[in-house]
Design a protein around this ligand. Structure first.
Ligand code: 2RA
Length: 339
């Protein structure tokens, strides 16, 4: 009885996580199509005790599909997303291709579900919904509940981004380089142009004329769209760090109204999809390892920003699994809102 779904980019890290999340959440699909490039077509897969053959993605792949989850890069989304919508599918796109297009909802279900109001399976036509960038999702899962209480005027974000954001090959390279360096061998640098193991570097996204890289500008632009607030001031510095699959982010917030740290902590304790790890006595705060493979985003280091007057500023530290809440879980939660 449920929707027929298609997973585009099913052999990738996020594609595989789509399947894990669909299964973990007992998503009520009637049928599922495993779609990937020609190179992967023909591969056999088992999912929920059934055998599937990966099919090559073509414009005809979406006949009869109700929901298509895309995570195969921006060019594939541009090439096949609109075609899928034409066939009546609702596309949930994890790429950046359509995020900033007017009229395309950019959705974090716990934050701005109203942005996709009215879009439902069976409404008689297709639609396209964009999944925000992982670093945006992880940051806003914590910043939004505070924004809703005291209105953020300015946000400064420093990210510490995992290898998984650059794909499975980057995760493999980090592991390989770590072994090589420990064995005194020169590191293999195919994915990144410099040593990654025991190092960190400015995010690998292209640097724009304004000196920011594309990852940083995604945080700025996507936050303004998701909050429907074109005035909020945001700056970001995105760094790639030798961590496997969870991003960490230091977030400084300036509020219009005073917000003390105890109230902020209570708000976050009650925020959906958020867990507070903020134990000063034992110096226990969020870590990438502790959030990896988990749904919730963890927040800690909640403290008054002593550089701001009268409780108008807070510093927090956030960690979230980049593949899960940063991509696959968020997309599947969007799909659940379509039912
Ligand atoms: C990254 N957010 O981490 C980008 C792409 N997923 O590199």
């Amino acid at each position: 009885t449920g929707p027929s779904i298609a997973v585009v980019g099913v052999t990738g890290a996020v594609g595989q996580e789509f399947l894990s999340v669909l299964s973990d959440r007992d998503f009520p699909y009637r049928s599922i199509k495993m779609l990937a490039s020609k190179r992967s077509a023909g591969k056999q897969m088992t999912f929920e005790d059934r055998n599937y053959t990966v099919e090559e993605l073509t414009a005809d792949s979406f006949d009869g599909v109700d929901i298509a989850l895309f995570s195969a890069g921006g060019s594939i989304s541009k090439q096949f997303g609109p075609a899928a919508v034409e066939k009546g599918a609702i596309v949930v796109d994890n790429s950046s291709a359509f995020r900033m297009v007017d009229g395309v909802p950019l959705v974090i279900p716990e934050v701005n579900p109203h942005a996709m109001q009215g879009i439902k399976v069976g409404m008689g036509k297709g639609a396209l919904i964009a999944n925000p960038n992982c670093s945006t999702i992880i940051c806003l899962m914590a910043a939004t509940p505070l924004h809703q209480r005291a209105k953020v005027l300015r946000m400064v974000v420093s990210t510490y981004q995992a290898a998984s954001g650059a794909g499975a090959a980057a995760m493999e390279e980090l592991e390989l380089q770590t072994r090589e360096v420990l064995e005194g061998k020169p590191p293999t640098c195919n994915i990144f142009s410099q040593q990654y193991a025991f190092n960190l570097f400015s995010h690998n996204a292209p640097v724009l004329p304004n000196g920011y890289n594309e990852e940083e500008m995604k945080l700025v632009k996507e936050t303004r769209k998701i909050w429907s607030d074109l005035d909020v001031k945001i700056t970001a510095t995105c760094i790639r760090v030798p961590v496997m699959r969870a991003h960490a982010e230091s977030v400084n917030l300036q509020f219009e109204k005073p917000l003390d740290e105890d109230t902020a902590r209570e708000i976050l304790k009650n925020a959906p999809g958020v867990v507070v790890i903020d134990d000063r006595a034992s110096n226990h705060f969020p870590t990438p390892l502790e959030v990896s493979n988990k749904d919730d985003v963890a927040v800690g280091r909640i403290r008054q920003d002593l550089s701001q007057e009268g409780n108008h500023g807070l510093d927090i530290f956030v960690c979230g699994d980049q593949i899960r809440k940063g991509a696959a879980l968020n997309a599947v939660q969007i799909a659940e809102l379509l039912l």
